[in-house]
Design a protein around this ligand. Structure first.
Ligand SMILES: NC(=O)c1ccc[n+]([C@@H]2O[C@H](COP(=O)([O-])OP(=O)(O)OC[C@H]3O[C@@H](n4cnc5c(N)ncnc54)[C@H](O)[C@@H]3O)[C@@H](O)[C@H]2O)c1
Length: 380
């Protein structure tokens, strides 16, 4: 085990609190690194619940107020796993205390907050990273390498979807534990910041900047009971969003996300069409990358279904796992992100996406929402 500790202070113990804790626990078992994350403190407002979580994962201590956590001198990095409206304030205070910061996505609820967060970490000179974890799914990383190598040739089309169906019932309330995503005050937006932000981050990473967008959004259920007030209140989030865009490289983009696609739970897919070749990826089959190359001999030309599990060196990250042919899953993307961060720390490099990079995704989200509200094309 490496001797250099990176003492983590985790805020929020829900879905992402668990995903990140698992990554911290696993990373040194599979990657040779100079640093070792230490579960120093977990923070949540409910004392009984955070004690139970800390016991389950092996955190050394707990806090019930995030302000106390960020003041502690025995914490090196703050990990923000709370609803979106809390990211900015925690990050600004943590940066001022000289902490490294890992922040969940989307970076903030809007560009203004995101810009403040960037300035805070840059002013303090602290390392920072945003958990756009899909970049570290081996098949997605391979897609990035294939496009960057020029193998697809000039890119013409980028198409992405993120489809779910869990908010269709009119009886589902908004706000509070588990349902903060439906509350505009906590989430900042609906599917645009929650789901499309992932698609946009991947797209910017693989295909470069987006120049302008034309979007439509819809809120199918206009009012829901609010768990915090007990009253029926207007719904402020977008239930569905679709947008067209121009990338700076001349390619066209088409993005769609909804929580009203009956039958789909978390169907994130993208397809990229280039002059010579196309690639296609699907989160429900995340270890596979489909690839078509027009330069293949015509008799056998067709879509290949690449099982991205080659541990021999050609498939990103896979040499850290099992023998060729055996798969890994969703949680490994977080382990890879921690591994990349710890490697970059040892090498004095940055591990992306930084706050500044994630701000680009925030800008696209904001342009999308503005375009939908104004019913016109908007420059990013
Ligand atoms: N990278 C991804 O794929 C991914 C997936 C899901 C969520 N997220 C992001 O992660 C963040 C958290 O989402 P989640 O799904 O884990 O939510 P969640 O509802 O499961 O957990 C949120 C946690 O925050 C805690 N919390 C709320 N207010 C708090 C406060 N004032 N102080 C301390 N703790 C507080 C809650 O008690 C809970 O433990 C969001 O920003 C979300 O967008 C990212």
């Amino acid at each position: 085990m490496p001797s250099q500790e990176l003492r983590i202070g985790l805020i929020g113990y829900g879905f992402m609190g668990r995903a990140h804790s698992n990554a911290y626990c696993q990373v040194n078992h599979f990657f040779d690194l100079a640093y070792r994350p230490v579960l120093q403190a977990a923070c949540g407002r409910d004392a009984a619940a955070i004690h139970k979580f800390a016991d389950q994962w092996g955190y050394r201590s707990v806090e019930t107020d995030w302000r106390k956590l960020v003041e502690r001198s025995d914490i090196d990095a703050i990990d923000i796993c709370v609803p979106n409206n809390l990211h900015a304030e925690i990050a600004e205070v943590a940066a001022a205390r000289g902490k490294m910061i890992f922040c969940e996505k989307p970076l903030a609820v809007d560009v203004h907050q995101g810009e403040r967060m960037c300035q805070a970490v840059e002013r303090a000179g602290v390392r920072n990273m945003v958990w756009y974890n899909y970049r570290r799914v081996p098949a997605v990383t391979l897609a990035k390498h294939l496009v960057a190598s020029g193998r697809l040739g000039k890119i013409y089309h980028y198409r992405a979807n993120f489809l779910q169906d869990w908010t269709i019932s009119e009886d589902l309330p908004q706000g509070g534990t588990g349902l903060w995503r439906l509350d505009i005050a906590a989430a900042g937006s609906g599917v645009t910041g929650d789901l499309l932000a992932h698609c946009i981050d991947t797209a910017l990473w693989i295909n470069g900047p987006i120049a302008d967008v034309s979007a439509m959004t819809e809120t199918f259920i206009k009012q829901r009971k609010h768990n915090l007030t007990g009253r029926v209140e207007p719904v402020g989030i977008d239930d569905a969003c679709a947008f067209l865009c121009h990338f700076a490289n001349g390619s066209l983009g088409l993005f769609e996300s909804t929580r009203y696609a009956r039958g789909h739970k978390a169907l994130y897919t993208f397809e990229i069409n280039g002059q010579h070749a196309s690639i296609r990826w699907d989160l429900h089959n995340l270890h596979r990358l489909e690839y078509f190359d027009h330069r293949d001999e015509s008799a056998v030309r067709g879509w290949r279904d690449v099982h991205v599990t080659d541990a021999g060196g050609d498939h990103p990250y896979m040499n850290h796992w099992w023998v060729p042919g055996l798969q890994i899953g969703y949680e490994h993307s977080f382990i890879h992100q921690v591994a990349d961060f710890l490697e970059s720390l040892a090498d004095n490099r940055e591990a992306g996406p930084t706050f500044r990079e994630a701000l680009e995704t925030q800008k696209v989200c904001e342009a999308v929402l503005r375009s939908a509200a104004q019913r016109q094309w908007v420059n990013v």
